[in-house]
Ligand binder design. Structure first.
Ligand code: PLP
Length: 452
């Protein structure tokens, strides 16, 4: 059960299918064009969508809005330093700001950023400074159905080959958990090996630690050596293997806005501080209010509570199990922040060029007002300006991201029932074609139509 009770509520919109069909057509069949009033259960993102605790609200009231040297900063820094062990802690307004600052200071044009799987903003920020992304997911990641416990790992053999080869590697970045790779965890053994390789080759090693607590939880559940560790101790050990981290606190900070850049190296910290002041704000607030900083500090304490993590992992696994019983498979083993549905398997009659993942995501909205994100050919495929799919994505997935402390089990059961109603007659689900296919940031700006 949820290890909390509810003392503030927000009504959710209950709509009809007619209403949703009209609104979705007006939205160009793109869920990013829907508004909050159109959506009953919003599983588009777990980022900044969590519920604050009473203690976080109270911490927010203690927020100190002094321009430089606010007490809130020192409270935030104390928690962040204790957690990560890094002496240089910079608040930023969200994760991508930390990425931009770090890569601007560290990466030179043409250099490689090597990782398990770069998140999309991370990739964009690497490319914006003229560097190049190289994703080396482990071979197990390619099998959606196996129960390999750590499909978020990097391929160590491939990593060593790149580090030993002629290419200039600027940094190695491990994303925990691996959001782009099915929300799968990275083992401590893998992080230790990456750390050792980076030391050997003199390459800086960073964590993209948006879901550091969820990764730590899965390590305590799946990695024998860490069974008796607390999730917080695992998280601390993971940070101590790296030279720094970029963190979106909108995930495991359980706040609505916030991020952090933490560094071991003093010279690099000096460069980053310049960029921080020029583009985010002074080093003691970095684009956040004192209120935000205090709520982040409290969130970073709460997020590693075993009862919280266990219930969150159980609830996600429960949704995946209900979906599977209804005939809808998802990437296994289930992670914590999301269920990744295998739309390609459910809707074999819809070819990739009619965007199978988008078709399932669309039907979830039309049938039940459930909003989610496509992770298939619309997002990851290669598409020309007339909207034709040139290269499909490897899989047609749909991500149901679970906001933290927001929905109860009965909400998740409603989502599973909606999926079950679709799975009864999958052949009725139509495909889609692009009517507007912008070259840049396509998923957010595209318009589509149904193929009937
Ligand atoms: C959300 C996220 C980011 C970007 O953080 P924002 O706070 O959205 O800017 C980077 N990496 C990962 C893995 C994320 O999930």
């Amino acid at each position: 059960m949820e290890p909390y009770r509810i003392k503030v509520v927000e009504p959710i919109p209950i709509t009809t299918r007619d209403y949703r069909e009209r609104r979705y057509a007006e939205a160009g069949y793109n869920q990013f064009n829907l508004t909050a009033d159109d959506v009953t259960i919003d599983l588009l993102s777990d980022s900044g969508t969590g519920a604050l605790s009473a203690e976080q609200q109270a911490a927010g009231m203690r927020g100190d809005e002094t321009y430089a040297g606010a007490r809130s900063f020192f409270r935030f820094r104390e928690v962040a330093e204790e957690l990560t062990g890094f002496p240089h802690i910079f608040p930023v307004h969200q994760g991508r700001a930390a990425e931009r600052i770090l890569f601007s200071a560290l990466l030179k044009p043409g250099q490689l950023s090597v990782g398990n799987t770069h998140f999309d903003t991370t990739r964009a920020n690497v490319e914006l400074v003229g560097a190049v992304v190289r994703d080396l997911p482990c071979p197990e990641a390619a099998d959606l159905d196996s129960d390999a416990p750590f499909k978020g790992d990097i391929d160590l053999v491939a990593l060593e080959a790149v580090l030993a080869g002629p290419e200039d590697v600027g940094l190695v970045l491990m994303t925990i958990t691996n959001n782009g790779g099915g929300g799968q965890p990275v083992s401590m053994a893998n992080l230790e090996a990456v750390s050792a390789l980076c030391r050997r080759f003199g390459v800086p090693f960073f964590l993209d630690a948006a879901r550091f607590a969820e990764n730590a939880w899965l390590v305590t559940q799946r990695e024998e050596r860490y069974r008796d560790h607390s999730p917080r101790d695992v998280a601390k050990l993971a940070f101590r293997l790296a030279d720094g981290c970029v963190v979106s606190l909108k995930k495991d900070g359980i706040v609505h806005i916030g991020g952090m850049l933490a560094l071991a190296d003093t010279e690099l910290a000096k460069q980053c501080e310049l960029l921080l002041i020029a583009t985010e704000g002074f080093r003691t607030y970095g684009g956040l209010s004192g209120r935000d900083l205090d709520m982040c500090a409290q969130g970073l304490m709460e997020v590693t509570h075993p009862a919280y993590l266990k219930e969150r992992a159980d609830a996600t696994a429960y949704l995946a199990q209900c979906a599977r019983e209804a005939g809808v498979d998802s990437v296994t083993p289930t992670g914590v922040h999301a269920v990744y549905l295998n739309a390609g398997r459910l809707l074999p009659h819809i070819p990739s060029h009619q965007f199978t993942g988008h078709a399932l995501a669309s039907e979830l909205y039309l049938a039940g007002g459930v909003r989610c994100a496509e992770l298939g050919s619309l997002y990851l495929g290669e598409i020309n300006e007339s909207g034709e799919l040139l290269t499909p994505a490897p899989f047609e997935l749909v991500r149901l991201a679970i906001p933290r402390r927001v929905y109860t089990r009965s909400h998740l059961e409603y989502v599973a029932e909606t999926l079950a109603s679709i799975a009864k007659h999958p052949e009725r689900v139509p495909g889609y074609r692009l009517t507007e296919a912008p070259a840049v940031l396509r998923p957010f700006r595209a318009r589509l139509d149904q193929v009937r």
